[in-house]
Ligand binder design. Structure first.
Ligand SMILES: [Zn+2]
Ligand SMILES: [Zn+2]
Length: 279
């Protein structure tokens, strides 16, 4: 069959070449979605997260970076990186003096190591959590103290149904990393919700400490009620036996300070408390 000067066969070949070029050009990938341009990809991220639309132009995916605030007011950031040749997305939130810690899901190698009693990382003494995750931290004792049942629950939640590579606390930020192809853009907002929930466990709120006659800071629970940073009992600020760390201003019971022998806040090296003067 002839179609004027060119045959059907040529038309089919040309159409295929054009299709391949078109598909190859749409090479910017997040999960199952593809974009023609990095600008288009960045605009999709911005609208999904209700973040300001960036006006920069991007040469590489690693240049796309977005700073915005979550509904709770917490500062958040989306950025991209290359790790061991793979493109990863990093979703981060600000976490008040968050400790240094990396949490990864235990792979087969870790399970085998555990079987032979060669486990890496910190054990929290919570069996199902310890079996599932590998924790790397410079200060295991502080990790054990800081990660209670509520936080374990939130951390497990973030790994559930999400292909997250790791969760990291460092330099006052809490971040997850995932392969860009594994995590769908529509899951970014609910991942940020989980990060927000975890970061809340490290928030401190101002509290008027009556015994000191000064405003200091206290850890808060999920409902925003203040608590002692060591025993986690609720406090109001009116307790006569409250002390505050001289370095980080966090309050706790005087007896709790004495029992712990220093500031229990992760990452704080405070060695002296402010105490009410004996009258
Ligand atoms: Zn206490
Ligand atoms: Zn302190």
């Amino acid at each position: 069959m002839k179609l004027g000067p060119i045959g059907l066969w040529e038309v089919v070949v040309i159409a295929n070449v054009v299709a391949v070029i078109f598909i190859a050009k749409r090479r910017h990938v997040l999960g199952a979605r593809r974009w023609w341009t990095l600008g288009g990809l960045a605009r999709s991220i911005a609208s999904t997260l209700r973040a300001p639309i960036p006006d920069a132009s991007f040469a590489r995916l690693e240049d796309v970076r977005m700073e915005f605030r979550l509904r709770s007011g917490r500062a958040a950031r989306v950025s991209f990186d290359r790790v061991h040749g793979r493109r990863v997305v990093r979703l981060e939130v600000a976490a008040d003096e968050a400790p240094s810690l990396t949490i990864t899901e235990a792979g087969t190698v870790d399970q085998v190591r555990r079987f032979f009693g060669l486990a890496r990382g910190v054990s929290l003494g919570a069996r199902s959590f310890d079996e599932r995750f590998v924790l790397g931290a410079p200060d295991p004792e502080r990790v054990r103290r800081a990660i209670g049942p509520e936080l374990r629950h939130a951390i497990t939640g973030i790994f559930e149904k999400r292909p997250v590579r790791n969760l990291t606390f460092a330099n006052g930020r809490l971040a997850i990393e995932a392969n860009v192809r594994d995590i769908e853009l529509r899951d970014y907002p609910n991942t940020f919700d989980f990060l927000d929930e975890i970061a809340r466990a490290f928030d401190r709120k101002p509290v008027q400490v009556r015994a000191l006659g000064l405003e200091r800071r206290a850890l808060a629970d999920q409902e925003g009620r203040l608590r002692c940073s060591y025993c986690h009992e609720h406090v109001t600020g009116d307790e006569p036996d409250l002390v505050a760390c001289e370095s980080c201003a966090t309050v706790l019971h005087g007896a709790c300070w004495d029992e712990h022998g220093g500031c229990p806040i992760w990452g704080c090296r405070g060695e002296r408390p402010e105490r009410a003067r004996a009258r």
